[in-house]
Design a binder for this molecule. Structure first.
Ligand SMILES: Cc1cc2nc3c(=O)[nH]c(=O)nc-3n(C[C@H](O)[C@H](O)[C@H](O)COP(=O)(O)OP(=O)(O)OC[C@H]3O[C@@H](n4cnc5c(N)ncnc54)[C@H](O)[C@@H]3O)c2cc1C
Length: 370
């Protein structure tokens, strides 16, 4: 089999880039290992967030903002092309603070982040309890406040993923599942990789395989350190709409369930759940919205984020093997539109978006040498 572009990894990042490459007119194949792999795309919270991204690294704020601004167009395009409504909504989002000190710190951080990012920053409002209660009538009486950002949003991440795969196919691309890429090498003017006993060839290859990225990229001379960070999530039974805006840790889905999350812990590659963390999530959720105490939890899961040492994305092309790319990031739902549009255009045409100029793995080299 041979293609103009192969993307390894059919998760949130690879699917967006693959869809974008097909949109750029390249005959594209998207390869995915399948259910045995760690798949962050299947376990995430579905928030699209620019507020507070990129403190001390304004290009990341700008990149997140570019993506959130491109999201409405992407959601509409996917709906027209595939008939799948991803549930994308950008009516703003709220960050809940559980103490006065946290609220002050959050306000300071957002102000700094917005100032550093300049024109491509975000807007925000600091909310005291009364203002928070006006936006979220079910809020608990002991919650001191929070922040509101009108550029934040949400999406159903599973429908988004499905739409990207379907969109790629609608544009003539191929999706190959159960295809674990093992050997990957330069071959003539292009690349060859072995997946599920078959050899697949292409002019360009993009490694976007989540926790599989480091090992595959190394075969092309790219050293991209990543580590897992576990999140845990609870989902309640369905209830009548009570939460008009998504918050950083509690969000009501269109279907009526309530997702409760926001754990970030080092558990190696253990993607299970723990009673202590789940109890903590439930306790905070009930303090934030006392009515949640009446609902039953129907599902819980652990899932591993893919983190670089500084938590910022890597988008890189191999110097040794031009045409070989690798990409990884912490928030591929938020950045989905940037991946489908700007990263795909860079790979197809060479037009590298200025915001990602410093988002390559070279920034880790001095630390490693030290
Ligand atoms: C609990 C939790 C909550 C989150 N909430 C949010 C959120 O609200 N907003 C947000 O923007 N982000 C969120 N994220 C992060 C988001 O899910 C990830 O950024 C995203 O899934 C990463 O995309 P990826 O494609 O790099 O990795 P994945 O989505 O993990 O996909 C990697 C894919 O590569 C495949 N693969 C691996 N190795 C190989 C191989 N050798 N050959 C072929 N295929 C291979 C796997 O099968 C997998 O499908 C959250 C993550 C977690 C864990």
């Amino acid at each position: 089999m041979s293609f103009e572009a192969i993307v390894v990894g059919g998760g949130m990042m690879g699917a967006a880039i693959g869809f974008g490459l097909a949109r750029e007119g390249l005959r594209t194949a998207l390869l995915d290992e399948g259910d045995r792999a760690f798949r962050a795309a299947r376990g995430n919270f579905g928030r699209i967030v620019v507020s507070g991204k990129g403190v001390g690294f304004p290009d990341y704020t700008r990149w997140s903002r570019l993506s959130t601004d491109a999201w409405p167009g992407l959601a509409a395009e996917l709906r027209d092309l595939t008939g799948i409504d991803t549930g994308f909504r950008r009516e703003g989002g709220i960050y809940l603070c559980f103490g006065e000190a946290e609220l002050e710190e959050r306000a300071r951080t957002l102000a700094l982040c917005r100032e550093e990012a300049g024109d491509l920053g975000f807007d925000f409002e600091v909310l005291d309890h009364a203002r928070l209660a006006a936006l979220l009538p079910g809020i608990g009486p002991t919650m001191p406040g929070g922040t509101y950002c009108p550029q934040d949003g949400e999406v159903n991440p599973l429908l988004f993923l499905r739409a990207l795969h379907a969109g790629l196919r609608a544009l003539g691309g191929a999706t190959l599942s159960g295809a674990r890429a093992s050997a990957l090498r330069a071959d003539g003017g292009g690349f060859a990789l072995t997946a599920g006993g078959e050899t697949v060839r292409a002019d360009r290859v993009v490694v976007a395989a989540g926790h599989g990225t480091s090992a595959l990229a190394r075969q092309l001379g790219l050293d991209i350190p990543t580590r897992p960070e576990r999140g845990q999530l609870l989902v309640t039974e369905r209830t009548a709409p009570f939460l008009p805006l998504p918050t950083d840790r509690i969000r009501q889905t269109r279907e009526g369930t309530v997702m409760i999350g926001r754990v970030a812990e080092d558990a190696g590659f253990d993607d299970g759940t723990t009673t202590a963390r789940m109890a903590g999530l439930a306790r905070d959720a009930v303090r934030a919205f006392p009515a949640l105490a009446r609902l039953r939890v129907v599902r819980a899961w652990g899932c591993l984020r893919v983190l670089t040492p500084d938590g910022l994305p890597v988008y890189t092309e191999s110097a040794r093997h031009p045409g070989a790319y690798a990409a990884t990031c912490h928030s591929a739902v938020t950045l989905g539109a940037a991946h489908a549009r700007l990263i795909a255009r860079w790979i197809a045409t060479g037009a590298r978006p200025p915001a990602i100029a410093r988002m390559h793995e070279g920034r880790f080299a001095p630390a490693k040498a030290a």
